[in-house]
Design a protein around this ligand. Structure first.
Ligand code: PBE
Length: 268
């Protein structure tokens, strides 16, 4: 049984991810708005965060992480979002597909598919889980595509392959975006015969890259809240093809064995 205040139990730490993530901005804001002055938001990566979670969970130790849905961690562990009565983390939002200007004219088939690409949280979670269980992202994406030909064929229906054309996809190493970007790559290669380059970058460079034309596209734009800063700063310099997934959530997440329910309880 853990003793001391909640803050003491978790060493006054909130385990964060990469500093460019919108989730980190939101969490800094949450620390201010809820008066969690003695907490430190620990920067790292998605992988470091899930490793810390796995370690604490194994030992039934208290831990507070920055989390989001869709994510495989909710299938692997019993977790809960802490209530956010001040609404710092925003409402449900969407993941959008963003392309560079001119893509429609230069790579029309890729553009047409990217415009159609839309799937469900459960689809994305399947790919994420396969990767967590040890599959390479490429294999996990190829398996999902093989098992979901009905969905995939609807995305590319009536679109002509463009053999020999190259396209670059920017993404950040968030588990959700590793899954989606690999699926999009697989479809572009298998169905439309593109040569696809995937470039892993930080969130800021991903947005800038698609806006200045260094990257052709990305499927990792969390809007309207999480990436609002990037989208506003680069407004008019990219094309938004709309949502590819609806039903996301972000916030502070703890194991259900912790006896707290709200972000406000972190002060107890
Ligand atoms: N995430 C996953 C990202 C978007 C995708 C929630 C960690 C972010 O916070 O920017």
């Amino acid at each position: 049984e853990a003793s001391g205040s909640v803050g003491e139990q978790v060493d006054h730490k909130i385990i964060g991810i990469d500093p460019g993530a919108g989730l980190m901005n939101a969490t800094e804001k949450a620390i201010k708005e809820y008066g969690l002055d003695d907490y430190e938001l620990v920067e790292g990566s998605s992988a470091a965060m899930t490793a810390a979670l796995a370690e604490s969970y194994k030992n039934k130790k208290p831990i507070v992480i920055t989390g989001w849905t869709p994510h495989w961690m909710f299938s692997k562990y019993d977790l809960k979002y802490l209530k956010d009565p001040k609404g710092v983390y925003g409402k449900d939002e969407e993941i959008h597909t963003i392309v560079r200007k001119g893509l429609k004219e230069q790579l029309p088939s890729a553009y047409a598919f990217l415009d159609k690409f839309e799937w469900q949280p459960a689809d994305m979670e399947k790919v994420m889980l396969a990767i967590t269980d040890g599959k390479s992202p490429e294999d996990a994406a190829a398996d999902w595509v093989a098992q979901n030909q009905d969905k995939v064929n609807k995305w590319v229906e009536g679109i002509a392959p463009e053999p020999g054309k190259k396209i670059s996809l920017a993404y950040v190493a968030w588990d959700s975006e590793i899954a989606s970007t690999n699926v999009v790559k697989t479809v572009l290669e298998q169905k439309l015969k593109y040569t696809v380059e995937m470039n892993q970058v930080e969130a800021g460079p991903m947005w800038v890259g698609v806006s200045n034309g260094d990257a052709d596209a990305m499927v990792a734009a969390w809007l309207p809240t999480t990436h609002a800063d990037y989208a506003e700063k680069l407004k008019g310099q990219f094309e938004d093809l709309g949502p590819n997934l609806k039903g996301t959530k972000l916030g502070l997440v703890v194991p259900t064995y912790m006896n707290i329910d709200s972000i406000e309880d972190l002060k107890k």
